[in-house]
Design a protein around this ligand. Structure first.
Ligand code: SF4
Ligand code: SF4
Length: 84
């Protein structure tokens, strides 16, 4: 059964951090609403990076088996460097 991913629309600020950090490109930006939406839930590997990074706590998952958060994107880390 695929992971179920929920984005709380009222909480999402459209910052796109989840889009940038997701290793399997599950999310896309809904240009009209300026929020992210789940486009490829079936590709989710349940690393939970998106839920961890979301400043609004807008992302939750259901029916998943947690994997190790092994993924590290060099470009993304560079971007985050200015906040750390
Ligand atoms: S990280 Fe959170 S607030 Fe930012 S676009 Fe994704 S769901 Fe919305
Ligand atoms: S849990 Fe990981 S793979 Fe799944 S949507 Fe979030 S960042 Fe992408």
């Amino acid at each position: 059964m695929p992971v179920e991913i929920m984005v709380h629309e009222q909480s999402c600020r459209g910052c796109e951090l989840c889009i940038d950090i997701c290793p399997t490109k599950v999310f896309q930006l809904d240009e009209e609403k300026r929020i992210c939406s789940v486009d490829h839930a079936e590709d989710c590997i349940a690393c939970l990076s998106c839920a961890y990074i979301c400043p609004s706590g807008a992302i939750t998952h259901r029916d998943f088996h947690l994997v190790k958060n092994f993924y590290r994107d060099e470009e993304f880390c560079k971007k985050m460097g200015k906040f750390l």
